[in-house]
Design a protein around this ligand. Structure first.
Ligand code: ZN
Ligand code: ZN
Length: 345
């Protein structure tokens, strides 16, 4: 490690549900294939908010204090002994995971389904609300200067949107419906447009978010608090379901044309009722998505070229001592879309 690296750092810990505290911790030493990153920006994700509110997501339970945050960018400050193609001073975006590299899923290229996955901010693996974090070299992606720190961090949600588009085979001329204009819906819509979709209709109940969707290129929006999708006369090839809302999902499936695709991205209940006869009669393909694989190169290119705008999602900046505010602002401020934590400020 370089001699300029401090021995202690600050991080924000989720102690239990509704309780976040700032704590000091030792600066970790990079392993042979790891790099140490000074964290510049970390987006707040719905999963962070869910851990804060409930102390768990499905079978992942916070039993020991956990560092949240997995949408991160920063600068490499130290490199492990075997690292050859990353260097100190390089700006990087983090793909916030480390795969086993040996299981059947890894060997098949579906590394997002790795059975030995270590994913940031998922118990017991710490995340990035910290001054310094470790990453495996191959998951620390160098970014061009055209991307600022916030945009580099938000390549992570963009990857979720890109992966959803790939699962739904969105391409040139596709007619796409995106249900839910939260951060993931807004990047999924932009990704679909960048991939050549002919039309992208975005639904939500929040008029501010619908206006933002139009600003970011959505060809049309629908306020589902007044008009149901099923009544809007839509006919689409791909549904990117980003709301997680069971009734909205079932309603939106009725807008999908024969042989179309339904991609379930949003996380709602563990179980929901779907219009099965419609899925059968129209031979719809229904698929889930789990994170992403091989998306950072495309995400970097789309954001750096300006075809996808990530900075426009950012609605506030917070220090490590304000993580609690950052996690809860969405409840009270209808304009909040993507709060970003800046650990060095
Ligand atoms: Zn996320
Ligand atoms: Zn694996």
């Amino acid at each position: 490690m370089s001699h300029s690296t401090p021995s202690e750092q600050t991080q924000a810990l989720l102690v239990r549900e509704h309780e976040v505290t700032v704590a000091h911790a030792a600066v970790p030493e990079p392993g042979p294939h790891q790099v140490l990153i000074e964290v510049a920006a970390v987006g707040i994700c719905g999963s962070d908010v869910h851990y804060f509110d409930h102390g768990r997501i499905a079978d992942f339970v916070v039993t020991d204090p956990l560092v949240l945050g997995h949408e991160a960018s920063g600068t490499i400050r130290a490199v492990g002994s075997e690292v050859i193609d990353r260097s100190i001073g390089q700006r990087v975006a983090l793909e916030p995971q480390e795969t086993c590299g040996r299981c059947q899923e890894c060997l098949s290229g579906r590394y997002n389904l790795c059975t030995g996955m270590r994913f940031f901010a998922t118990p017991p693996i710490d995340g990035a609300f910290a001054e310094l974090v470790l990453s495996h070299e191959q998951f620390a992606h160098p970014v061009p200067d055209a991307l600022d720190d916030d945009a580099a961090a938000l390549l992570e949600p963009l990857s979720v949107g890109l992966w959803a588009c790939r699962r739904g085979a969105v391409g040139a001329g596709s007619r796409v419906l995106v249900t839910g204009a939260g951060p993931v819906g807004l990047v999924a819509a932009q990704a679909a447009l960048a991939l050549g979709a002919a039309s992208v209709v975005v639904t939500d109940v929040n008029p501010h978010r619908l206006a933002l969707a139009r600003e970011l290129g959505a060809t049309d929006t629908l306020d589902v608090s007044t008009t149901r999708v099923g009544e809007a006369g839509l006919d689409v090839d791909v549904l990117l379901e980003c709301s997680g809302h069971p009734a909205a999902t079932a309603d939106a499936i009725r807008a999908v044309a024969p042989a179309g695709s339904v991609v379930l991205v949003g996380m709602g209940g563990d179980e929901m009722t779907l219009p099965v006869s419609r899925i059968q009669e129209r031979e719809l393909t229904v698929t889930g998505t789990f994170r992403y694989a091989h998306t950072w190169p495309a995400a970097i290119a789309l954001a750096a070229s300006g075809r996808v705008r990530l900075d426009r999602l950012v609605t506030g900046h917070y220090g490590l001592d304000q993580v609690r505010e950052a996690l809860t602002v969405g409840r009270t401020d209808v304009h909040a879309v993507k709060p970003v934590v800046r650990p060095q400020s």
